[in-house]
Ligand binder design. Structure first.
Ligand code: CO
Length: 174
């Protein structure tokens, strides 16, 4: 994207993705892989392609391709038929990705999202700004230290649903 991003200008999702892509080293897909490799490696020390493919619900051939790309970027050490291990840089970024995931998931839990929590987390995590993530982290800490706020929010929700304004409440119109 060769036009400069001005403040408060609207873009389509694709437009924002293109702006982000300029700064982004990893695609969303690669982030999912690195996050999962980090999860497995912190537990078991290393990961294997089949195990990774199973956890991410992808074919082993796709997993191999992405792991090879991460290998080229210096995030993992991977030899064919071998095991996957994180490099120092891979660990550093993997730790951030898992932290980001957990912050968003905890936030969604705090506001009472259950059934769609994992899916929503996966959709939000790749596109959220660092600034918004940091503020959500602080909000999570605040709620952790003030459990009465969560309880008040829960009873507010119950009352809210009882006499909510159906015209104002968001519903999909299509
Ligand atoms: Co995730």
């Amino acid at each position: 994207m060769n036009c400069l991003k001005k403040k408060d200008e609207f873009y389509t999702v694709r437009g924002y993705e293109m702006i982000n892509a300029e700064k982004k080293l990893l695609t969303s897909g690669m982030e999912d892989y690195l996050e999962m490799i980090y999860r497995i490696c912190t537990k078991e020390g290393y990961a294997r392609i089949n195990q990774l493919a199973e956890k991410l619900n992808v074919r082993p051939s796709s997993a191999t391709k992405t792991v090879q790309r991460l290998n080229k970027l210096g995030m993992v050490d991977y030899q064919r038929y071998g095991i996957i291990q994180l490099t120092k840089e891979g660990k550093r970024i993997g730790r951030f990705l898992l932290k980001r995931h957990n912050i968003i998931e905890e936030f969604l839990k705090n506001i009472g999202i259950e059934n769609t929590r994992l899916k929503d987390t996966e959709m939000i995590e790749h596109s959220i700004s660092l600034n918004a993530l940091q503020k959500i982290y602080i909000l999570n800490q605040f709620l952790l230290n003030n459990p009465d706020i969560i309880r008040r929010f829960e009873s507010f929700k119950i009352e809210f649903y009882e006499d909510m304004d159906y015209l104002d409440f968001p519903f999909y119109p299509y």
